[in-house]
Design a protein. Structure first.
Length: 430
C-alpha cells in the first residue's frame, strides 16, 4: 500500500458485465456491473457523488495498515536501542511485516472469498490493534518480530478487500476516483503518521507511538461499524489460476513495474533516518518525512483528478519525479534545502503510485482482475520485504551513501517497462 495496494478477494475491477443472483423478495439491489463478484448482488450505488463517509473510513483503514508497516522507519534508532539490536536488525521489523502480507495475501484471499466484506474488514483492524499492543509492550526482539509478522497477516486480509470495497460502493463512472480517495490513507500515513510517530517517539518513547496505533485502530472499529455498508463475498472456487492470469496481455508488465518501483521506494524509505544521519542531518528526519508525506498528498490529489483519463502519463511522470528526488539525495554534500526539495520530488512521484498500479492491473486483468490484484498485493509486500533486506545489506556492507544510487538503478527498468507497455498494461488512454 505501506505503501500498499488493495485488491478485492473477488475483483471489483473487471470490465465484464455480470449477472446477479436474484435477491430475496423486497431487498433492493442493482444489476451487477463491472467488478461485481459473480453470484452476488450489491447495494444500490449512489447515482450522484461518492459515499465519502464510508470511503474516509476505508482511507483510515489504509492509514492504519500503512502506518503500522512504515512506523519503524522514523523510530529505528530508538527501537534498536530499546530492543538491544542494531539499526539494520531493527529495520527487519518492516521486512517481517511485509513477509506476513506477501506470504498470506493469496491464500487468505482464496479462503475468505465467500465471506461478507464488513466482518472481514473489522477482523483485520482488530488484528492490527492486538499486534500493535504486543509491539508496544514487548522487550524481546523475537516477540516483536512475531507481532510484526501477525500484523502483516492482518494486512494481507485488509489489502485483499480495501480497493475492491471502494470500487463497489461507488458509482461505476467514479470507481477510479473512489480508489484514489481510499488510498489517501497512504500519503496521510507518510505525511502525518510517520512524522508524528517520530516526534512522539523522540518526546515520550517509541512504545508510545505503537500504543497510539492501538487507540486509532480501536476507534476505527466503531467508525467502520457505523459508516461502511456490508457487501457480500463472491462465489467460492471461481478464481483464475495464476499462470493463466499472467498470460493476459498487460498483467505481467504491471506486476513487474510494481515489484521494482516498490523495491526502490522501500530501500530508501526504510533507512531514510540512517541516510540523513550519514549526511549529518539526523535531527531533520521528522521534517524530511513531513515534506515527503505532504508532497505525496499533493501527488495523490492530482492523480485522483486525472486517473480515469491519463494513467500512463501519470505513471511515467511519477517515475521521473521519483528519480529526480533520488538524484537530489545522491548529490555530493547535499544540504538541508536540497534534501527537502528532493524529498518533495520523491513524494510527488510516489503519492499516486498505489492507485495507479491498482487501477492498471485491474484494467489489464479484465475478467481475471481478482487474481491479478491479489498477485499485486503479494508482489508489493514481497518487494517491501526485499527492500528492507537489500537496504540493510547496502547500509551494513557499502554504507548509507549507496542507498539513493541503488534507487536510481532500479528506476531505469521501471521507466522502460511503462514506456514499452503502451498497448497493454499502461495504455495511452483508458
Amino acid at each position: 500500500m505501506a505503501n500498499h495496494p488493495g485488491a478485492s478477494a473477488r475483483s471489483d475491477a473487471s470490465p465484464v458485465p455480470r449477472t446477479p443472483v436474484p435477491a430475496d423478495p423486497g431487498t433492493p439491489t442493482r444489476p451487477a456491473g463491472p467488478g461485481t463478484p459473480p453470484g452476488s448482488t450489491t447495494p444500490p450505488a449512489p447515482s450522484g457523488g461518492l459515499p465519502f463517509a464510508a470511503l474516509l473510513a476505508l482511507a483510515t483503514a489504509v492509514f492504519v495498515t500503512s502506518l503500522t508497516e512504515t512506523l519503524p522507519a522514523g523510530l529505528l534508532p530508538a527501537m534498536s536501542a530499546g530492543l538491544g539490536v542494531g539499526e539494520a536488525a531493527a529495520g527487519q521489523t518492516v521486512t517481517v511485516y511485509a513477509l506476513g502480507t506477501a506470504l498470506t495475501a493469496v491464500p487468505l484471499a482464496a479462503r475468505t472469498a465467500g465471506v461478507r466484506r464488513k466482518p472481514l474488514l473489522l477482523a483485520s483492524v482488530a488484528g492490527f490493534a492486538a499486534a500493535n499492543t504486543v509491539t508496544a509492550v514487548s522487550s524481546s526482539y523475537a516477540l516483536t518480530l512475531g507481532a510484526r509478522f501477525l500484523a502483516g497477516v492482518a494486512a494481507g486480509v485488509a489489502w485483499a478487500l480495501l480497493a475492491g470495497y471502494a470500487r463497489r460502493i461507488a458509482p461505476p463512472h467514479l470507481q477510479g476516483r473512489a480508489v484514489a480517495v481510499a488510498m489517501t490513507g497512504i500519503p496521510l500515513a507518510l505525511s502525518l503518521g510517520v512524522p508524528a510517530g517520530t516526534f512522539l517517539g523522540e518526546a515520550v518513547g517509541w512504545r508510545a507511538a505503537f500504543t497510539a496505533m492501538t487507540v486509532i485502530a480501536a476507534g476505527l472499529l466503531g467508525w467502520i461499524a457505523l459508516a461502511v455498508p456490508d457487501l457480500p463475498g463472491g462465489a467460492r472456487g471461481g478464481r483464475a489460476p495464476v499462470a493463466r492470469t499472467l498470460r493476459v496481455p498487460g498483467v505481467l508488465p504491471v506486476l513487474a513495474v510494481t515489484f521494482t518501483l516498490v523495491l526502490a521506494h522501500t530501500v530508501l524509505y526504510t533507512y531514510v533516518a540512517a541516510y540523513l544521519a550519514h549526511l549529518g542531518l539526523g535531527g531533520s528526519t521528522g521534517l524530511v518525512l513531513l515534506v515527503f508525506g505532504a508532497a505525496s498528498l499533493a501527488g495523490i490529489w492530482f492523480t485522483g483528478r486525472h486517473i480515469d483519463r491519463r494513467p500512463r502519463a501519470l505513471t511515467l511522470a511519477g517515475t521521473f519525479l521519483f528519480a529526480a528526488g533520488a538524484a537530489g539525495l545522491a548529490a555530493p554534500a547535499a544540504g538541508t534545502a536540497l534534501v527537502l526539495t528532493a524529498a518533495a520530488l520523491w513524494g510527488l512521484g510516489w503519492g499516486g503510485a498505489p492507485a495507479l498500479l491498482q487501477t492498471a492491473v485491474a484494467e489489464a486483468g479484465g475478467e481475471h482482475a481478482d487474481t491479478a490484484q491479489t498477485m499485486l498485493v503479494s508482489l508489493w509486500n514481497a518487494a517491501m520485504a526485499a527492500g528492507g533486506l537489500a537496504g540493510g545489506v547496502l547500509l551494513d556492507g557499502l554504507g548509507a551513501g549507496t542507498l539513493p544510487w541503488g534507487v536510481l538503478l532500479l528506476l531505469v527498468p521501471v521507466a522502460a517497462l511503462v514506456t514499452g507497455a503502451r498497448v497493454h498494461g499502461f495504455p495511452a488512454r483508458r
